[in-house]
Design a protein around this ligand. Sequence first.
Ligand code: PLP
Length: 586
Amino acid sequence: MRPRRQCDRLRRVSRQTIAYFSMEIAIGDEIPTFSGGLGVLAGDFLRAASDQGLPAVGVTLVYHQGFFRQEIDEAGRQVELPVRWEPSDHLERLDARVKVTVAGRTVVVGVWRRVLTGIGGSAVPVYFLDTRLPENDPIDRAISDRLYPGVPVERLSQEAVLGLAGPAMLREIGHGDIAAYHLNEGHASLVPVALLSEQLDGRVADASRGEVEAVRDRCVFTTHTPVPAGHDRFSPEVTAEVLGKELAGGLARIGCLDEGFLNMTILGMFFSGFINGVAQRHGEVSRAMFPQYRIEAITNGVHVPTWAAPSTARLFDRHLPGWHRENTMLRYAGGIPLEEIRATHAEAKQTLIDEVTGRWGVALDPEVLTIGVARRATPYKRNDLLLSRPDRLRALVDRVGPLQVVYSGKAHPLDEPGKALIERVNAAARALAGTVTVVYLENYGMDLAALLVAGVDIWLNNPVAPHEASGTSGMKAALNGVPSLSVLDGWWIEGHIEGITGWAIGSDLGAGADLPIGDPEVDGADGAELYRVLEQVVAPLFYGHPDEFAAVRRSAIALNGSFFTTQRMVAEYAARAYRRALHPDE
Ligand SMILES: *Cc1c(COP(=O)(O)O)cnc(C)c1O
């Protein structure tokens, strides 16, 4: 009798798919619907879910104009060009349609699909919602045109399409078995509102505690932003305009608004039974920011097969068979001979050098210590810190040997200080010509990231702490044997062992640190420390003790490459965040 019973029980709790909602999901550069780290993380999450056979679907929007294509002009300034791409070249158009009310108008939402197939053969569909349909008003056709528009009404309209139309679309397509809705950042926070509204036939204001609780049991919220200004917050006017007075009033009645404002982070947390930050320190910082919520931490990871360079993958195939399926195999990298570690990296470095010569016409020297700095250009990341004192850098090079720096990264089109930063980097590059070779690679994306994280010698990251929630590019570098030189913030607080996995710039200031951005004293002190570590520790090791440098490469793979993976991350979400939704009877 028992087996039969278990079958019944299984059938009863057969809701098991995780629906992962994210404003951006990065599949590859050919589908330019992402801007950076958030989208790449979402893509890595879904790639890992498909490897592991975790039933999951992704939901996002199809941006017809992409984010933007970046060029750098003669004066070293960012130029933003539209991206031309045809969704039909890469995605499958489905017939499903749902309707959603945005700003009092009925908007018809269509959908495209791309199926990710993991190494185990399990399929994870990703759905791209689309409002560019002939039946829509021209204003509404444009909702799915561009990622992160600056105008609040446009932005909330986009979030309404994702959150309010997304769950209905999944049902329409036939995904009736969603156990948990994972809201990846506040852009997706209208998902629980849709679930509640559905349950109550639109009368959200009538929701009882129990009905809100039932939604909470099915929602998981991940925050990615450790600074208050990073959270989407819409005025009462914009909220009423886009969502309608009735729904806005309903939300106010339930008590999930923030002094009358629609704060998407607070909304998401209010409706989620599990809330997390993306690194342990980020969890602490978020708890201090939102003391009324229970916020846990699940540290980010990266999808190892996606980010292992071809030479790295061959090294792993030789020494760590099965690493694709079981990323923890990387823990045994300690047994790989240093000579092979060195040769593997030299090959990735040559690939990068060939690409830089071929596409940018800049010659790099394979023997020279090469620093990679690739990240979104925005003031708190201080991409220009290394070049901020050219005199100091010249003196350093005189004393310890030559340096090359490879830069990449876009600034958001509305981020004027971020764009100024790119200009400063390029101006410094010209000023340093002849002393330090600096090249700025345009149009940072996944392919460039993959080349850079494997091909440079060290990965530099120097944000103003504690502004980096996690960071993931340093994890990609680590698994390719590229150590980080970084401020102790985000994931590096967990991954750093001085001289073993890389090097710290300055000390850990703790979760309470609140350093000003753009402060000459703070930047001066961190810059001085960066030059000191580079001059006294990193460069002498690179030029004087190549075996010891290769040993750091190897332990970066063994200790960090093996742990900061989306395989570990997805397992943690399954065990901690989705547990209640997947096993309601426990
Ligand atoms: C990994 C990645 C990022 C995120 O890197 P950070 O460390 O958070 O700066 C951003 N953009 C692209 C294209 C990436 O591949």
